[in-house]
Structures are given as structure tokens and as C-alpha cells.
Design a protein around this ligand. Structure first.
Ligand code: NAP
Ligand code: MG
Length: 402
């Protein structure tokens, strides 16, 4: 078979530990034999980030802006222990945080569904994707403990000195207060990313807040979404038969449990923090979650939602056998290849991405699994394999359907 060609590159962002090992195997076994891979490579392994004073992370993000599509391996976010372990010049920031800030993007997390692993919620048949707004609210709040009696106010002093104040509470005894904020610009970017992604994957978009109680704060979120929808997206949604639905957060929670999935649920920052863990657990497991960063301009970065699987890496270094699940990393690659194919009108690439996904799912559904899946599978037909053999089995299935 002739290898598939790519006219434009994907930004390839390499990472750390066990996922870096898996990255190499995926390229050797599942990509290079079939595609003339055209990538612009950035090494975000922690050593190289340290050598470049983390400039390589900024360069990688800029490259995604240029080429529109990136795929990223999991990377270490250093803490004190990592600073020591890698002898770092500094406790470098989270690469994902840096890239997200540069792209001004929203993260969409979606589970990969396979037959032997049943969601805890019986009605769920298709993935539910969570989009989390990643700016402000309690994550950038200011808090105060109040001791005794006194008056607490919100005060805004404008540039030219006008003062606006609002009483929060007349305290008669000890208590607490919190001040938080958000920015219209950030909410707009969030809304745009959500509408774009919804059109992209052709799934309905649900958004919820508590605007009946929070008549200015949450209501602003509701209004910005509604206005953008009416002015810029409504027609395109209607053309594709898609819906944008706004409801209260408690209503959406009730409806999520009753729906069959196949929707995108846009969440405010805190709701997204909480609900993404709920959805991931209810669908099965972290190693089966993908994560896509979408910028308001329509740039895409694909990755696995899990980390570098440090404990498996140390086992690997000790020469012990590992059984690391590579599915989410494979799907990061297929997501990026498909997107590249769509942007460039490269049908061969799109079809390859679809088949690689099919082969991956077939491998699990035929009973060949890594340990984490075997522990969850509701079937007796299980052959538990190591990291490499799992990918080799996927390759066998891929060759059969190519
Ligand atoms: P993790 O790498 O996601 O691993 C947590 C546990 O989940 C593992 O110990 C393993 O459980 C299981 N697991 C995760 N992915 C798996 C896979 N593909 N196959 C099989 N099991 C898997 O999270 P962490 O241990 O908290 O973090 C490790 C490093 O990753 C940290 O340095 C952190 O900064 C980084 N991190 C990076 C990203 C990212 O780049 N997107 C995200 C999160 C964390 P068992 O041990 O029970 O097998
Ligand atoms: Mg959380």
C-alpha cells in the first residue's frame, strides 16, 4: 500500500514519562508504516523545557496558531519533588496552562465508549462532552474572614473616579465573604469555542447557569451566549439541524441523567471542574478520556486527558512489564489527523483516522485489553496484555481493515 501523504503539518508536541514511551510506539507501529507523517516537532519533555527556559512551550503554542492543528503528549507539571528529581532551574508552569492562555482556548473532554465497559448510567449510549470555562469565578476570587460586627460592601472605582457601591451584608457576628469576577471577553471566547466545536462535531450544545438567582453575574453568561448565538451561529446551527439549549444548572443535571448522550455540555468554571470528574467516572475510566483544546479562532490541540502515568514509567525503568492504556493518546492522534484532513480536503487521511479508531475499539471489543480495562470489563472474554502487545494487536486489526 502506498503511504498517505500530508500537504500541511501537524504540530507534534512530545512529552514525558510513560506517555512519551507510548508516543514512540504509536508512531512506530500505527502511524509511520501508513502515513508519510508531516509534523513540526516540539519536545516538551521536562529536560528540554528546562534547557529552553520553557520557551519551547510558547513556541509550540505559537505553532498551533500558525498551523491550526496540534497533538500533544502528556507532560509533567513540576512540583517541588520534580524540581529536585530533574534538577530544574525553576518550577516551570503547567504547559497546558501556558498553551491554553496563548490560544485563549476551551477544553472539551469526551469519553471513548467501548462495548464491554458499561457506563454507570443506563441511558447513556453516546459520549457526553464537557466544555469547561477556564477563567475566573472562584478560581480567581478574593476571600475574607469577618470578625464581629460591621458592614461589608462591594466598591467599584472607575478610571475617572466615579464610585459605585453595593452592600453585601451588615454583619452582626463572625462570617465570611468572597469577591469574584469574570470578563466579557473571556466569556465570549468560551462561547465561541463552544459554538464552533458544536458545529464541528455536529452535536447539540447545552449551557446552564443559575441566572434566576444570580441576576447579574450568571445572567451575563446567559446573555453573552444568547447574543452570540443569535447574531453569528443560529443559521449555521439550523442548517445542520443542531440545537443550542440554555437551561438552569439543576435542570441540566436532571436532563443529563435521562439523555442518551451525544451532546456537548458547556459548564461554568466550577461546574466544569465538578461535572467533568463525574462524567469521566460514570463513563468508565480516565485512560479512556480525550481532551481537545479549541480556540475561538478555530485552532485545535488534541491530547489524552490523563497524565504521564508516572508509576508505570518507574516500573518500565526497573525493567518490569507495564500494561498502559494507549487509547486516549491514539485518539489524540486520530483527532488531529482527521482535523488536518478536513482542513486540507485530504480524504485519505480522514479515512485512515476513522479506521485507526475502529481498529482500536475492535481490539478491546474482541477481548484484548490493558489491565485498567480488564478490571472494568463486563465480559469473560478478556486477554490482558502489556503496553506494546496492545498496540501490536491494534496494528493487526488496522491492517485487516485498511
Ligand atoms: P496520571 O498520569 O493520569 O495517572 C494517575 C493514575 O491513573 C495512574 O497511576 C494509573 O493508575 C491511572 N492511569 C492514568 N492513565 C493511564 C493509562 N493510560 N493507562 C493505565 N492507567 C492509567 O496522573 P498523576 O499520576 O496524577 O500524574 C502524573 C504526572 O502527569 C504528573 O507529573 C502530572 O503533572 C502530569 N499530568 C499531566 C497532564 C497533561 O499533560 N495533560 C494531565 C494530568 C497530569 P494505576 O497506577 O492504578 O495503574
Ligand atoms: Mg475536578
Amino acid at each position: 500500500m502506498e503511504k498517505i501523504k500530508m500537504s500541511k503539518p501537524i504540530v507534534e508536541i512530545d512529552g514525558d514519562e510513560m506517555t512519551r514511551i507510548v508516543w514512540g510506539i504509536i508512531k512506530d507501529e500505527l502511524l509511520n508504516p501508513f502515513i508519510e507523517l508531516n509534523t513540526e516537532y516540539y519536545d516538551l519533555g521536562l529536560e528540554h523545557r528546562n534547557e529552553t527556559d520553557d520557551n519551547v512551550t510558547v513556541e509550540a503554542a505559537e505553532a498551533i496558531k500558525k498551523h491550526k492543528v496540534g497533538v500533544k503528549c502528556a507532560t509533567i507539571t513540576p512540583n517541588a519533588a520534580r524540581v529536585k528529581e530533574y534538577n530544574l532551574k525553576e518550577m516551570w508552569k503547567s504547559p497546558n496552562g501556558t498553551i491554553r492562555a496563548i490560544l485563549d482556548g476551551t477544553v472539551f473532554r469526551a469519553p471513548i465508549i467501548v462495548d464491554p465497559i458499561k457506563p454507570y448510567v443506563r441511558t447513556w449510549k453516546k459520549p457526553i462532552t464537557i466544555a469547561r470555562h477556564a477563567y475566573g469565578d472562584i478560581y480567581k476570587d478574593v476571600e475574607m474572614k469577618i470578625a464581629g460586627k460591621g458592614k461589608c460592601e462591594l466598591v467599584f472605582t472607575s478610571e475617572n473616579g466615579e464610585v459605585k457601591r453595593e452592600l453585601i451584608h451588615n454583619f452582626n457576628g463572625d462570617g465570611v465573604v468572597m469577591g469574584m469576577h469574570n470578563l466579557n471577553k473571556s466569556i465570549e471566547s468560551f462561547a465561541r469555542s463552544c459554538f464552533n466545536y458544536s458545529l464541528d462535531v455536529k452535536q447539540d450544545l447545552w449551557f446552564a447557569s443559575k441566572d434566576t438567582i444570580s441576576k447579574k453575574y450568571d445572567h451575563t453568561f446567559k446573555d453573552i451566549f444568547q447574543e452570540l448565538f443569535e447574531n453569528e451561529y443560529k443559521e449555521r446551527f439550523e442548517k445542520l439541524g443542531l440545537k443550542y439549549v440554555y437551561t438552569l444548572i439543576d435542570t441540566v443535571v436532571a436532563n443529563i441523567i435521562k439523555c442518551e448522550g451525544g451532546i456537548i455540555w458547556a459548564c461554568k468554571n466550577y461546574d466544569g471542574d465538578v461535572m467533568s470528574d463525574m462524567i469521566a467516572t460514570a463513563f468508565g475510566s480516565l485512560p479512556m478520556m480525550t481532551s481537545i483544546l479549541v480556540s475561538p479562532e478555530g485552532n485545535y490541540e488534541y491530547e489524552a486527558a490523563h497524565g504521564t502515568v508516572q508509576d508505570h514509567y518507574y516500573k518500565h525503568l526497573r525493567g518490569e512489564e507495564t500494561s498502559t492504556n494507549s487509547i486516549a493518546t491514539i485518539f489524540a492522534w486520530t483527532g488531529a489527523l482527521r482535523k488536518r484532513g478536513e482542513l486540507d480536503g485530504n480524504n485519505g487521511l480522514i479515512s485512515f483516522a476513522n479506521r485507526l479508531e475502529k481498529a482500536s475499539i475492535k481490539t478491546i471489543e474482541d477481548g484484548t485489553m490493558t489491565e485498567d480495562l480488564a478490571a472494568l470489563a463486563e465480559t469473560n472474554n478478556v486477554r490482558c496484555v502489556n503496553t506494546l502487545d496492545f498496540i501490536k494487536e491494534i496494528r493487526k486489526n488496522l491492517e485487516e481493515i485498511l
